[in-house]
Write a protein of this length. Sequence first.
Length: 275
Amino acid sequence: MDVVATDRPGARTDRLAACGARVRLAEVELGARGAAKALLTAHRPTHLVHLAWYAEPGDYLGSRENLGSLAATTDLVAAAVDAGCRRIVAAGSCLEYAASDAPHRETDPVGPESLYAACKHAAHVVCEPLTADRSAFLWARIFYLHGPGEDSRRLMPMVAARLRRGEPVDLSGGEQVRDYLHVADVADALATLACSDATGVANVCSGMPASLRALLGAIGEHVGRPELLRFGRLPYRPGERMSIAGDPGTLRGLGWRPRFATPAASLAYLAEDAP
């Protein structure tokens, strides 16, 4: 299989080093006028997995950059259809779903509460008819993910780094329930979906939700400094959803299973200093 990975000009490429000659890199700025059409015309892919979106930590939920990501996504999907792409998998978000204390099923109603979630849902609404009768389309709603190379400002690497330095970490009560999945399992799930005949919506999640207290406690144990986690020192955020978990029904039906027995078992890498 000939695989082409795309990234912005000048972006780090070390994450592709282990792939060797099996993966070619094409640099492209998808927001540039005509860039998507030129990319798809040049490579004529049979399958497309689209993950690019604005995701700056601390800013992405309300940023107007989401509008640019929405436009770039619809332009890319339209160009893929015109280039004869047979199958398209695009990344949505668990935040598209309406709030619920139960694990979200793929047929559950949506109810986006942020500009980010609204733009993700809008992309889904536009791409479904855009691909109708010409390309098989699947909308992969990704839940919470983590893994090596994650931005140091995000919760798990931030907590791990401070614990490794011997610094106490003030936290909320940690009763929020989240469905975290290691990035290697996310990649395997997306590859499974891309190589399947499934269409519609698919949840990309572990199906094994855990509280943040349990997950961060596991990081504390891996690092060897659980006593530095100070739960209950900070308030919960106003309007924070206390439970965001999913049911990976489509993936389960395809025989996919996460490689880690529990979400906490996937956190050992955080015990070591980041490269």
